[in-house]
Design a protein around this ligand. Structure first.
Ligand code: HEC
Ligand code: HEC
Ligand code: HEC
Ligand code: HEC
Ligand code: HEC
Ligand code: HEC
Ligand code: HEC
Ligand code: HEC
Ligand code: HEC
Ligand code: HEC
Length: 341
């Protein structure tokens, strides 16, 4: 019994002597990105142990008046992540949620105090990039103002409560409009794409740098659209599903504008015109397909208020039936689809 007490006393003494103090992030926190810096003070042989998470990359160890300051980069996976600092037992619990209204923010008044002995106090962009090392390995396209380190053309000079990433303006749209005029034109069009209508640009564009042209975050043919359009993504890999060859070859934006247009579903033109642009043998033809004298455009589908056009019979994305039809040709099912014989 006695020796257990002694042991406890000894342990509490040693842990206060070699106390670990985490400077950033908060011990329990929520973030929206897959990597986060960990800076802590601790004894010379401190280590970070990963219990749940992708990894903890050691960056550097510096001594400051006899205390060691450690820099790590924590690599996170979706959901809960757990890291332990050994010795000291400090336990970090970090939730990585893709969409979360509240998340950890380092730049709050007072927090920088601990960093200033080693990091420059001047609030200048060169100082920003000393800490924010934006990985360059995959990025090929750099956004002009970012490349020129004009951080303050988009970010507030100081942390502002409630401001997402303390970005200037009340929305992405507002921010981007400071330099780009194209969104003004798109805003006046009749049909606006969901995210653009919600004034957000960053689901598709990276404001700093990207691997793909137009600063796109994802592969621009399909992935940039399929990240949200999951139903379409599932279709494309469904067994027996025949994809319209042009969808796999050129992607979604050969027919749809990613921002806005004057035609329904943000098509570049009326469906008939979109189709005949690539299938010229139908150009100018209003009748005679798929069977003799059959109308193609300009008439209403029986029993509906929808006008007949190419995409009334063909799914422009793909189908499990031949010729991208909405129903099988066998037993005239495609005909019965409209004609209740
Ligand atoms: C002393 C190091 C340091 C300096 C200098 C620094 N940052 Fe940060 N910044 C951080 C850390 C740490 C985080 C928290 C996120 C992380 O760990 O990756 C962060 C987060 C951010 C975020 C995300 C929003 C937030 O509040 O978490 C933005 C935006 C940002 N910094 C911009 C800047 C800009 C602009 C400058 C230059 C004026 C700057 N930072 C200078 C360390 C620094
Ligand atoms: C004991 C000195 C010291 C203290 C205290 C310190 N740092 Fe650092 N930190 C450094 C040095 C030195 C570098 C390397 C700078 C360089 O290469 O330009 C660095 C680099 C960084 C980097 C870039 C890491 C990378 O990916 O290369 C970040 C982020 C950072 N510090 C954040 C912080 C934050 C946040 C604090 C305060 C909570 C802090 N540091 C406190 C010394 C310190
Ligand atoms: C401070 C001015 C400024 C702001 C704010 C700004 N941009 Fe830019 N952007 C530029 C400049 C300058 C270029 C042209 C040079 C280049 O390609 O980097 C550019 C280029 C682009 C391009 C590539 C265009 C092409 O034809 O290749 C895209 C996409 C883009 N910006 C999107 C955005 C988005 C999205 C935002 C808002 C999050 C934004 N920009 C905010 C200045 C700005
Ligand atoms: C063209 C505008 C623009 C410029 C220039 C810009 N940023 Fe940003 N930055 C943004 C926007 C918008 C976000 C929010 C991104 C989001 O919502 O995903 C952001 C987010 C961030 C974040 C948090 C997310 C992350 O990627 O870690 C950091 C840190 C950051 N910026 C630092 C900087 C630094 C440092 C500079 C200067 C070298 C800079 N930014 C220049 C627009 C800009
Ligand atoms: C749904 C994804 C998505 C959203 C949201 C989005 N864009 Fe784009 N953007 C694209 C794609 C894809 C391109 C590539 C060109 C194309 O296919 O038309 C592009 C191209 C651009 C270009 C360069 C080419 C051009 O047409 O001028 C600019 C500038 C641009 N976007 C700005 C913005 C701004 C500003 C916003 C927010 C108001 C925004 N985008 C929202 C997907 C998007
Ligand atoms: C950030 C998520 C997101 C991304 C990325 C995205 N979309 Fe959308 N899309 C939406 C939302 C939200 C709607 C609106 C859904 C609604 O109103 O029912 C929508 C609607 C549409 C519509 C109209 C659907 C209808 O029934 O009216 C089309 C067409 C479309 N998107 C095509 C695209 C294309 C092409 C891309 C790639 C350039 C793309 N989307 C990328 C979220 C996204
Ligand atoms: C060959 C031209 C073409 C291509 C390529 C194309 N679409 Fe479409 N899309 C259309 C047409 C035409 C419609 C309207 C169909 C109708 O209403 O009859 C449409 C409708 C839609 C709709 C709303 C109705 C529905 O089917 O859910 C969404 C969402 C959509 N497309 C997303 C996408 C995505 C995502 C891609 C890329 C994988 C894509 N489209 C590629 C022509 C195309
Ligand atoms: C950007 C060019 C392009 C556009 C726009 C386009 N297509 Fe296609 N389509 C092709 C190519 C390429 C093929 C494959 C070669 C072929 O059969 O001509 C194809 C094939 C087809 C096929 C035959 C598929 C099969 O399995 O036999 C049909 C049906 C079709 N397209 C219908 C349409 C319809 C309906 C539209 C309008 C919504 C449309 N296409 C718009 C390029 C396009
Ligand atoms: C009333 C329904 C209907 C309409 C409207 C329609 N199609 Fe078809 N299409 C069919 C059927 C059914 C087939 C299969 C014919 C067969 O295999 O005998 C077909 C076959 C095709 C084919 C592949 C065979 C070929 O002739 O090359 C293409 C390409 C095609 N259609 C494109 C179009 C285009 C482009 C439009 C609009 C200008 C259009 N279709 C309008 C029902 C329609
Ligand atoms: C998307 C709906 C749709 C499909 C599928 C469809 N039709 Fe039609 N069909 C129409 C419309 C609309 C008319 C014109 C009706 C009117 O004018 O009242 C029409 C008219 C006709 C006519 C009368 C032509 C004339 O001279 O006016 C025949 C015959 C016909 N369809 C046969 C077929 C056959 C065979 C198929 C299957 C290969 C088929 N249809 C598939 C919509 C469709």
């Amino acid at each position: 019994m006695k020796c257990v007490l002694w042991l406890l006393l000894f342990l509490s003494w040693t842990s206060s002597l070699f106390a670990v103090e985490v400077l950033t992030p908060a011990l329990r926190t929520v973030v929206k990105k897959d990597a986060l810096y960990l800076v802590f003070k601790g004894p010379v042989d401190s280590k970070v142990l990963v219990k749940k998470g992708v990894g903890a990359v050691f960056i550097r160890k510096d001594s400051l008046a006899g205390v060691y300051v450690f820099h790590y980069l924590l690599k996170l996976r979706r959901g809960e992540n757990l890291f332990f600092i050994d010795p000291g037992g400090e336990r970090l619990k970090i939730f990585y949620k893709h969409s979360s209204p509240v998340f950890y923010s380092y730049h709050r008044k007072g927090r920088e105090k601990e960093c200033l002995p080693c990091h420059n106090r001047d609030f200048v962009p060169s100082r920003c990039v000393a800490c924010h090392r934006f990985e360059k390995d995959t990025a090929v396209y750099l956004h002009g103002p970012f490349y020129r380190k004009r951080c303050f053309s988009c970010h507030e000079r100081e942390y502002q409560k409630g401001k997402r990433f303390f970005v200037l303006g009340s929305s992405d749209f507002d921010l981007c409009m400071r330099c780009h005029t194209a969104p003004l034109v798109w805003q006046d069009m009749l049909y606006q794409h969901g995210p653009f209508g919600a004034r957000s640009c960053t689901p598709c564009h990276d404001p700093h740098q990207a691997k793909y042209r137009f600063l796109l975050k994802n592969e621009p043919r399909l992935e940039v659209c399929l990240v949200c359009h999951r139903k379409k993504a599932e279709d494309l890999v469904r067994s027996g599903y025949k994809v319209h060859p042009i969808v796999s070859a050129k992607g979604c934006t050969v027919c749809h504008d990613p921002h806005a247009s004057d035609y329904p579903k943000q098509l570049y033109d009326k469906p008939y015109n979109v189709c005949v642009g690539c299938h010229p043998k139908f150009k100018g033809r209003k009748r005679g397909h798929p069977v003799v004298a059959h109308p193609i455009v300009g008439v209403y589908i029986p029993g509906t208020r929808k006008k007949l056009t190419c995409s009334s019979c063909h799914d422009p994305h793909g189908s499990v039936y031949d010729s991208l039809l909405y129903a099988s040709k066998a037993g005239n099912r495609i005909c019965i689809w409209c004609h209740k014989y």
